[in-house]
Design a protein around this ligand. Sequence first.
Ligand code: GCW
Length: 701
Amino acid sequence: MTSPANAPVTATDPASPPPHPAWLPPEAFRAIGARRVLVHGEGPPVETVHDEVARACARYGGRVERTAAGPVDLVLALRDSGPLPEVVPPAARTAPDPDGGSPGDEGFLLTRSDGVTIVLADAPVGLLYGLFHLVRLGEAAFTGEQPARTHRPALRRRMLDHWDNVAVHPVMGQVERGYAGGSIFWRDGRPRGDRERLRAYGRLLASTGVNAISVNNVNVGPTEALLLTERLDDVAEIADLLRPYGVRVHLSVTFAAPVLLGGLPTADPLDEQVRDWWESTTRRVYARVPDFGGYVVKADSEGQPGPFSYGRDHADGANLLAAALAPHGGVVHWRAFVYDHRQDWRDRTTDRARAAYDHFAPLDGRFADNVVLQVKFGPVDFQPREPVSPVIAAMPATRLAVELQVTQEYTGQQWHACYLAPWWHEVLAFRLWGPGERSVADVLADVPGPGPRRGGDLVAVANVGDDPFWCGHPLAQANLYAFGRLAWDPRLDPTALLDEWIDLTFPASTVGDPTLVRETLHAVLDDSWRIYERYTAPLGVGFMVNPAGHYGPGVDGYEYSRWGTYHFADRDGVGVDRTRATGTGMTGQYPPPWSQVYESLEQCPDELLLFFHHVPYSHVLHSGSTVIQHIYDTHFAGVAEVEAMRDRWAGLAGVIDPAVHERVTERLAEQLRCATEWRDQVNTYFFRKSGVPDARGRRIH
Ligand code: GCW
């Protein structure tokens, strides 16, 4: 058994075979490829649409043309590209846009009448999104009459951040928190030049609706810093490859760039020369990459430089970069992940979970219009269970991005099957001001109501690498897929998204037993995030991971460290007191009713109990179980469920692609080993601390 720590990094070079098609195998295009198709319009993404359709038609017997020469089954047309082709039925051309809104920059209108399916868009990329919508529909796109419906993304920017290093970092490697081999962009300090792989990636992203990526780690090292200036050509090359897919490129930059790259004595955001340097540097970036997206900045965070060094605050810092980007239409994603990473564990007054709010909420109203404050979804750090960050409710005058983690740093590192869409859905659907009020998704989508009205982005840390299956774990592709789809429409149901992904990735005609495949994938993935939660840190307390790589258990791994992630277990109880009454007061950062709900031991939801409260092991949960018995029960249950996942998966042998089957089988074996280790360490730890035996008499070591 290969363990994650010493798993070989899969290297491929430009000449290597193309990676796994993921959710876009040729078969997914069968319904379109069998039709007579007209593609009308110009612009790079329209060419992409045409090429996709042409490839599908060559395979499945249809035909594609640019001007109608006869009857067609499908029209994909840009509305402002001259008169619409004759074949577009009069009803479709004159029909007002439903919902009163036009497709806009990225949307499309879909209708079907008189046997013709019609996709109309106002901008080329809308046509591309329309095409991929048809791919998802398959044959259903070509049946019956369909009234006109406009599809538009709920969120303006749907972005993946790559924590890829250009040069291999001595500790973090080529990709920080990357679990899928090397970087698709960089290798050993150079661009890896695998153009086909980048095109394939752009295609996958466009098919889910992702429209922006950043191409380097937010921890910016000396080599990475140069991408902004002398290595701009490397960035431009990526931008050129992704442009046809409607994906704009952003860059992580270091706040110290004026010193490091510009030779200035300071990076003080209020210094005139520093301003000039950012302005001229940014001008050069746009001269080279006209549709450049903007900068991503991790400042004063975990050792990265920032405005604090100059006695300035984060509004000063963010606005400096925003001013340089504004004339070109760019944005700065300024991360709110600012906390004291050198805290003394003896100091009970400092609470890392408070930090982002304490730093940023007072700055609301001071950020320029093109600053997007990028907030991790929870107050601590991408844990499998945390409350939603109170910052999202606290900054009505600031544009926000909520940051998720598709890469499975704390959720099994792509060795464990862990379908994260249900978790993200829960976060996005969380009603920040209580039942009936606006959700996180509403804030980002700028749905009217009290509270923030600036709209925002959904951003996630990417999970791909040069692994033949893109993600190490073939089933982790579902997370990448679901992220893009949720960013397009946060109301989508995670189970339905899994079905979409299954339909595309395992088309019925390519597998032995489609029903068995669907049932097995649901059995393995539907509840996998909750299963992961069960065998890891209990009741929202978080961490308990091995500090070396955040994989596997380490109950006290962080307990006496400087990182601010403690559980405070002793012989009597466990949990972090964040109440206003007796703890750090973090509950007061939430608006009502949550400020009261989290404060109250009686009302606090079980799954967050130990995040907000320190309780005795005998404390009785809403579930009726004591805390200690809950810990034992969930850990035994979690491992049993992983066993069941493994057994279910075995039933797909000979039914799906053997390479996929084998890879997942290998990963499930490791998941079971690791889950067992979690169970035994956590249960034993709490048994030894509390002395309370398992009420069911199971073996605890
Ligand atoms: O979760 C932590 C990771 C760091 C990461 C940091 C961040 C890029 O362990 O590796 O650094 O978050 O989000 O900046």
